[in-house]
Design a protein around this ligand. Sequence first.
Ligand code: ISL
Ligand code: CA
Length: 545
Amino acid sequence: ERTERWWHRATGYQIYPRSFADSNGDGVGDIPGIISRLGHLADLGVGFVWLSPVYASPMVDNGYDIADYRDIAPEFGTLADMDRLIAEARERGIGIVMDLVVNHSSSLHAWFQAARRSREAPEHDYYIWRDPAPDGGPPDDQRAAFGGPAWTFVEEVGRYYFHYFSPAQPDLNWQTRALREEVYDMMRWWLDRGIAGFRMDVISLIGKDVDARVYEEGPDLHRFLQEMHREVLAGRDIVTIGESWSVSPDTGLLYCGRDRKELDMVFEFSHIREGWHPERGKFAPKPFELAGFKRALFAWQDLTRHDGWHALFLSNHDLPRQVSFYADDQEHRRAAARMLATVLHLLKGTPFIYQGEEIGMTNARFDRIDQYRDLETLNHFEEQIALGVPPEEFILGANRNSRDNSRTPMQWSSGANAGFSSGTPWIEMNPNAERINVEQDMLHPESVFAHYRHLVRLRRDHDVISFGETEPLLMDDPAIMAFQRRLGGTRVLVAGNFTGEEQHVNLPDTVHGEGSCLIASHSARERIGPDLRLAPFESFALLIE
Ligand code: ISL
Ligand code: CA
């Protein structure tokens, strides 16, 4: 059976360092800023922080382009600051999980600089090179995820290198043993500094076979993850979370099954993709449908019933603010934010909170392309406009699903720049910062923060929440998400209304009963019978023993 690990009862918190807290007024969040806000995280009760990249980087992709894996970007601080963050977080019982970005490096990394100078350099084989086509053009027509061709030419070696993302992010060649050794060595170096684990960026891409155009879950993925486990992870009391855009219930346990010796859990995106346009992608608005979303989440609950583990999230730095995307960021914002938290955090798995989510921060609205900073959005804008898409139409889709609308700075107070920075923030603040911020939220009787804090504690204190089985209810209902958790004779009944209208709900007789209210957004509930009425965006959980 399962041995209990610390992260089974913990809640994670994602910090996007650029936008969290700026200590020196240059408009960019930094590590001393994070240290100054550790009290906020301790108050919330989170067990660990997933820190988006803080390594030395030219910041073409805000740090997801690493130039030195063993140093910190000067705008974020120093290695000494990082050590201090690890130590001070630890004193508060919070582990620091680093972002491991090893599908690619920055083109400014010393490895790539050596690789591009000579075919004979040992580092040349750390990257993926192909000869030009007979006409001198790229080897083939593969495209990069951030727009443009996936191949860029280097004069000195007369070859093209492969980049799944931007040209500034050349893919590392995992087939080269020496490269893998370098990565493992670097991981051990960080673990020895006392970090609590890794979130592994697009890790499902490392086994790719470029010639066969197989990127996700390529033939060597699991061989490499098992090797990494043997060489680095085994025997350490850490947590590992892989990011995989392709993983499905069919392949999930290959990453995180008990006997696989690979990862502890994966960020999977099936529920997220439910909100995207099936053909036209993330920049084409599409109304959200709850039924498909529930099917996706419950399929993973079912998968992880006896083996593996579910990483639970709705938002991150690549995704829109959840209250805006899935619920209501206007009239019912507080109830909606609390409802989304209730139904996600009471599932089985490890929940993640994206900075600002705990106060119900909303997507910022941008009207002009020059308000955007993200290379993905800017490149897609160019491409779409060239294809004849009207700019206003593109901006509409971008407001819904671009990465920047959720990357605006953390809103701490009603002061200048919401207490984020005394200078000019690197990206515009959300204009609602004066109203929606940590200070204001904590004063409010319907505090979103207080609701999250409560959920974090419930998970820590109740076995049924950490380990109980999940039984979906009303699976096809387009308005309500409801389920039961069960462990021994204890059950928890959870329900949330995803609409702005009152809903009349008929739960099966078998779940009716009386108990104690664990959490509620409206008035406390102690009994469930026929014809349950749920107010707009109401949510609650009832413990029945
Ligand atoms: O959100 C996405 C799907 O269209 C992509 O923008 C994103 O690249 C994908 O989610 C993978 O994300 C991770 O790797 C990228 C980095 O830009 C993202 O921030 C990171 O989370 C490349 O390192
Ligand atoms: Ca700063």
